[in-house]
Design a protein around this ligand. Structure first.
Ligand SMILES: Cc1cc2nc3c(=O)[nH]c(=O)nc-3n(C[C@H](O)[C@H](O)[C@H](O)COP(=O)(O)OP(=O)(O)OC[C@H]3O[C@@H](n4cnc5c(N)ncnc54)[C@H](O)[C@@H]3O)c2cc1C
Length: 317
């Protein structure tokens, strides 16, 4: 499972400690957007890029979501692509070099990670005694992630089913209840409980379809929380389910890989996404790469964006 590579990677990104934006990760993009706009930048949202024609000058065609027939075009000296490398080469670039396109297509995306269910709940899970937490009625452990799985055998069975392309009979769960820390996430007296289910394949081998089994699989995750925290039975107000298929459909994370490409040693560091693309530059002048498809991979920590910006600044200063 390449645990050694991941351990090294985690040690690298958590040098300054794990952090969580108030309001959730979306608060970070909102802050970045405000900064860009205050510097005179313009952001176009709810628009799908349909084609990027080779430059310079590059031509980016896009379609605004609310006006399906209306196409627009932007011309630019430089383009930074932050979407999945397969989306860029298979769908957006008009004339990518043939050999490079084939090599990009061979990079491995894998078969998903898991599914997530975001619950609104009446109270926090009571996992037992522990030091008092930051807000009234909370425990310190509520500010951390809980890996809920009773034993290594259980965890391995969750992964074994995934390896066979099956939804896990006994899923393991990473549970999060950050309203214990951040009052902006839920109304006074209520809480959120996010369950990141481990492990759920994107492509199922048993003939089932994700849209048919979403509720059943989501129930399994909440049931496991209740086994550890019986006070949660009957305390769910509502839930928002994101199956692997939803993660692809709504977020553009192909095959539900939240890291874009598999984080295996042959696709990390100077091999990500490919050795010839690992410096954030492409052979096409003015086209740059960033985001989870590039080093150091996925996660909300902006490292690849920082690196790409420096590459461009160095070239053009
Ligand atoms: C449920 C879940 C939980 C996670 N938990 C954590 C966590 O706790 N900590 C952490 O660090 N990371 C976490 N991650 C991973 C992290 O969110 C991703 O690795 C990260 O968001 C990748 O960012 P990105 O900007 O590189 O790529 P993306 O988020 O994939 O952004 C690319 C964007 O390009 C857009 N796009 C694609 N095609 C087009 C097009 N044609 N036109 C216009 N736009 C297009 C997509 O819609 C998308 O918005 C989680 C991910 C998920 C799904």
């Amino acid at each position: 499972m390449a645990t050694g590579d991941m351990l090294g990677w985690n040690a690298m990104i958590h040098k300054s400690g794990a952090k969580r934006a108030k309001g959730g990760s979306g608060a970070l993009t909102q802050a970045l957007a405000k900064r860009l706009e205050s510097d005179g930048g313009k952001i176009i949202c709810d628009a799908e890029v349909t084609e990027i024609s080779e430059g310079p000058p590059w031509k980016i065609s896009y379609r605004a979501k609310d006006e399906k027939t209306k196409f627009e075009e932007i011309t630019a000296k430089r383009v930074v692509s932050a979407c999945h490398i397969h989306t860029l080469f298979n769908k957006l670039l008009k004339n990518p070099p043939d050999e490079l396109k084939k090599r990009v297509a061979r990079t491995r995306v894998g078969n998903g990670f898991g599914m997530i269910v975001r619950h609104a709940v009446e109270e926090l899970p009571d996992y037992g005694d522990g030091p008092v937490g930051p807000r009234p009625g909370t425990k310190d452990y509520h500010t951390s992630l809980q890996l809920l799985c009773p034993s290594m055998d259980y965890l391995q069975s969750s992964h074994r089913d995934f390896s066979f392309g099956l939804p896990p009979q006994k899923p393991s769960v990473v549970a999060m209840s950050f309203s214990a820390l951040d009052p902006t996430l839920a109304p006074e007296g209520k809480h959120v409980l996010f369950t990141w289910g481990q492990y759920h394949p994107y492509e199922l081998s048993n003939g089932e379809a994700w849209d048919d089994i979403r509720e059943r699989e989501a129930d399994k995750l909440y049931d496991l929380v209740c086994q550890y925290a019986p006070n949660m039975r009957g305390e769910m107000i509502d839930r928002y389910i994101q199956t692997p298929l939803d993660i692809e459909r709504t977020l553009g994370l192909l095959r539900a890989n939240v890291m874009h490409l598999e984080m295996s040693l042959d696709q990390m560091f100077m091999f990500r996404p490919l050795p010839e693309l690992s410096t954030y530059k492409t052979p096409m002048p003015g086209l740059y790469l960033t985001g989870a498809s590039t080093h150091p991979g996925g996660g909300v920590f902006a490292a690849s964006g920082y690196n790409t910006a420096h590459v461009i600044l160095r070239e053009h200063s």
